[in-house]
Design a protein around this ligand. Structure first.
Ligand code: AMP
Ligand code: GLY
Length: 424
């Protein structure tokens, strides 16, 4: 079979890596891909948002199955475009992807369906939003309605920060159109966990739970990033919690989406806060998480290509997805990230890191310049290790990290520490 992966980050490298293991795979294309995916298949120089050229490429190259990594092409309706042309594409339609592409739409849907999430109010008028945040207690969470590449959520600890967030998003329009409306939300306390399911209509199979580390510094300090590392599965997320999430979140959402004429296909990502009153939804995404994919995929004892096809055709429920062991991913970031950073710095030691058993280095922001591998983004690579238990996975990941170097490189030293100290 010929398979096309859409996207070019760490998540897409992990998807390509897992798909490349499938006995069903003949040829693998990645658009646009990165130097890591170039080792697994053919990179195609088409941007992930160029749905027209992507569908033309798939038709002229007899691509059998397309797997979409990022959210932007889903918002542009890539799945609808491919389906209209008779092609198989793994992911939700434009309408169903609104669970991620409009926070207002998703909050209203969850509220209708009784899915537990933070109490909220929606505003399209900046002065009404400003008046509301002035009279509310802090902390308070302000979210731009639309896609904002991870920059659309402000957890305001003071009234001043809340007012500034409303002003930035709705008046200064720092996030453009995404800030036409905002959701102002109750602050939830607890531990975060990501629970992903591969779905078709009302059927789904659950993937291992995982936890991202969003803040840039150890101890969850500093500004939010795209994700500085992750591990899976989350020991605290036991079968009782899993049952609650199935019953209260995933099933109501899938049934509700089907009932309202927007059946869901693809990956449903539930970002949850484990509060003292039970799990509550922080966000729903319409795709694999990044870097969650980098720790979930190595643990899956299934053929991802077979699973994707089964989901497109309509029955992934028969696939057991019990994880094998644990995995940890440490993201190595450019000096200055998530602020401004230099590009083009030589990366050393990746092959040395990869020579350790149970380690893979997923590329995110890399490029090849004059035959040298160089940095080309904020998050440069995700060093991932898997092992029978979480401690061994974390230790192996850091051992591999110690072999990699580039100028200004920084990373979190405490990936999975909360989970490891809980177990002791
Ligand atoms: P989101 O993109 O909606 O997941 O938000 C990004 C991050 O902001 C989440 O991973 C949480 O750490 C935090 N966050 C979002 N909503 C809330 C909330 N209601 N209460 C506390 N933290 C939140
Ligand atoms: N890791 C969070 C996300 O992919 O949205």
């Amino acid at each position: 079979m010929k398979v096309l992966v859409v996207g070019g980050g760490g998540r897409e490298h992990a998807l390509a890596w897992k798909l490349a293991k499938s006995p069903l795979l003949g040829k693998l294309f990645i658009a646009p891909g990165n130097p890591g995916t170039a080792e697994l298949g053919t990179n195609v120089p088409i941007e992930a948002t160029n749905t027209r050229d992507l569908v033309d490429f798939a038709l002229s190259n007899d691509v059998d199955v397309t797997v979409v990594g990022p959210e932007q092409p889903l918002e542009l309706g890539i799945v609808d475009v491919f389906k209209d042309r008779g092609l198989q594409c793994f992911g939700p339609t434009k309408d169903a992807a609104r669970v991620e592409t409009s926070k207002v739409w998703c909050k209203e849907l969850m509220s209708r369906l009784g899915v537990p999430s933070a109490a909220f109010k929606v505003f399209s008028d900046p002065s009404e939003a400003a008046a509301y945040v002035r009279k509310s207690d802090v902390p308070l969470v302000i979210k731009a309605d639309g896609l904002a590449a991870g920059k659309g959520v402000v957890v305001a600890r003071t009234g001043k920060e809340a007012a500034k967030a409303v002003d930035d998003i709705m008046v200064a329009r720092t996030l453009g159109q995404a800030g036409t409306k905002v959701v102002v939300e109750e602050f939830l306390e607890g531990e975060e966990v990501s629970v992903l399911a591969i779905c078709w209509g009302k059927s789904y199979c659950l993937l291992p739970s995982s936890q991202d580390h969003k803040q840039v510094f150890d101890g969850d300090e500093g500004p939010n990033t795209g994700g500085m590392g992750a591990y899976a599965p989350v020991p605290r997320f036991d079968t009782a919690l899993e049952d609650q999430v199935r019953d209260r979140v995933i099933e109501p959402l899938l049934w509700g989406l089907e009932r309202q004429g927007t059946p869901y296909s693809g990956v449903l990502y539930c970002g949850l806060m484990l509060t003292s009153a039970g799990p509550k939804v922080l966000e729903i995404n319409a795709r694999f998480g990044d870097p969650e994919a980098q720790v979930i995929l190595p643990l899956l004892d299934v053929d991802l290509l077979e699973l994707a096809i089964a989901a497109i055709k309509g029955d992934p429920a028969g696939f057991p997805a019990s994880p094998r062991g644990s995995a940890a991913c440490v993201v190595l970031a450019s000096g200055g990230y998530p602020g401004s950073y230099k590009k083009g710095l030589t990366i050393e030691g990746l092959d040395d890191a990869r020579s350790i058993a149970g380690v893979e280095v997923f590329h995110a922001g890399t490029a090849v310049k004059e035959k040298r591998l160089v940095t080309n983004g904020g998050r440069v690579v995700g060093v991932t290790a898997w092992a029978p238990d979480l401690k061994a996975a974390v230790d192996t990941a850091y051992k591999a990290v110690s072999r990699v170097n580039f100028e200004g490189m920084h990373y979190r030293k405490d990936i999975a520490h909360k989970a490891l100290s809980m177990k002791r």
